[in-house]
Design a protein around this ligand. Structure first.
Ligand code: THU
Length: 157
């Protein structure tokens, strides 16, 4: 028998410690949660994706009275990014959220399991790591790849 311990690399930064490009992506994710349609959960999430071609794409969570039909911000952004720019790999994604109290959430927001799986596939399509920025009010976690967010991931290829 052998016990394995898996660690993931997370860097904790303040907004001021980010690069200009990272700050821009965080700003776009923060703007995007203002466009969420979340009348059921009142939890507004925004995602911004930087593509290899320099374009940025944003998305927000879109809910529906038929609850399972809603879509998370990350997948709204990812699916739009790849349908609008199928040739461009993802370079980085920032995710931010406003909670039910109307304030940006204090702890960095992390994507759900389904979004991690979807983003992982786009990382594979890109052929390189996709940087992840998880945004909180004063604290931002950066991870070097989607892979690092989903250890022991399911993969068909
Ligand atoms: N949500 C996201 O948009 N991204 C996540 O990673 C987690 C959850 C949305 C789904 C739903 O509209 C609301 O947040 C509450 O779960």
């Amino acid at each position: 028998m052998k016990d394995l311990s898996i660690t993931i690399p997370v860097s904790q930064r303040t907004y001021d410690e980010l690069t200009d490009a990272e700050r821009n992506l965080v700003d776009l994710a923060r703007e995007a949660y203002g466009r969420a349609y979340a009348p059921y959960s009142h939890f507004h999430v925004g995602a911004a994706i930087l593509l290899d071609n320099g374009e940025t794409v944003t998305g927000s969570n879109q809910e529906n009275a038929a609850f399972p039909s809603g879509t998370c911000a990350e997948r709204t952004a990812a699916y739009y990014a790849h349908s609008a720019h199928p040739q461009a790999g993802f370079k980085a994604i920032a995710i931010a959220a406003r909670g039910t109290d109307g304030q940006e959430i204090e702890s960095p927001v992390a994507p759900c399991g389904a979004c991690r799986q979807a983003l992982l596939e786009y990382e594979k399509l890109a052929g390189h790591d996709v940087k992840v920025l998880l945004v909180g009010r004063d604290t931002i976690y950066t991870l070097p790849s989607v892979r690092s967010l989903l250890p022991l991931a399911f993969s068909e290829f």
